[in-house]
Design a protein around this ligand. Structure first.
Ligand SMILES: C[S@@+](CC[C@H](N)C(=O)[O-])C[C@H]1O[C@@H](n2cnc3c(N)ncnc32)[C@H](O)[C@@H]1O
Length: 213
């Protein structure tokens, strides 16, 4: 078991405080990133899905409307405040959704228990990204899909990330698309699709990976 250090707890403490304002404060960023990923997810009734840092449940709500219900859907987030918001937003789906509060570095689910893992706007917060990727690989059934969409540490945005890291209490370790692909490939994934783009001050990447058979 990996012990979750102070940096990870500082980040979730920040999100606990932000949780009630999060949806409104980051409305246009969230609308953009959620719409972008939603259009790319391929989900069906037989899927066992883990949204590993589900935040306030905005993506899950759209996913449920578009393609739910599913064989299993787990919304995980270690921030109690964010998870409470997600539970409220999805209060009409409590029978179809499990809510859990684990750090991504320490996910206690059984091996091969999911067909799909979603990681949106969160990978840059993980303190031990090697451990997280190793959990993703362990938790997915062979042939299962991992989607990661996150900040891409390139160009001028690299300087912006440096400043955000300096000025904010969260632990931030953003990767480039290529660095994330490398990490995924080292943990038994095949990259199936990728993209990178700019939106206002942000640079994003999208990665679809398949767990090797
Ligand atoms: C920017 S929010 C994104 C939430 C949601 N995916 C979305 O797009 O709205 C980042 C989330 O990552 C979660 N988080 C931070 N550190 C984490 C960790 N070590 N393990 C799992 N989740 C973490 C935070 O609690 C927060 O809810």
């Amino acid at each position: 078991m990996i012990s979750i250090n102070k940096a990870a707890k500082k980040t979730t403490g920040y999100y606990d405080k932000l949780s009630g304002k999060y949806n409104k404060q980051y409305q246009s960023y969230l609308r953009h990133t959620h719409k972008k990923l939603l259009g790319r997810l391929e989900l069906g009734p037989k899927d066992e899905i883990l949204d590993v840092s589900a935040g306030t449940g905005l993506l899950a709500e759209m996913v449920m409307q578009k393609s739910g219900p599913f064989k299993r859907m787990v919304l995980n987030d270690p921030s109690e405040g964010m998870l409470a918001e997600a539970k409220y937003l999805l209060r009409h789906h409590t029978k179809e959704i499990e809510f859990t509060g684990h750090f991504s570095e320490d996910l206690p689910f059984e091996d091969a228990s999911f067909t799909r893992i979603i990681c949106l706007n969160s990978f840059h917060y993980y303190v031990n990204q090697e451990a997280v990727m190793s959990h993703f690989s362990r938790l997915l059934k062979p042939g299962g899909t991992l989607w990661i969409q996150d900040w891409n540490r390139v160009g001028l945005f690299k300087a912006a990330i440096f400043l955000i890291d300096l000025l904010s209490p969260e632990h931030i370790h953003a990767r480039t698309l290529d660095e994330t692909k490398e990490l995924a490939e080292a943990h038994g994934f095949i990259v199936k699709n990728e993209d990178s783009w700019r939106f206002r001050i942000w640079n994003f990447f999208y990665l679809k990976c398949e767990r090797k058979l």
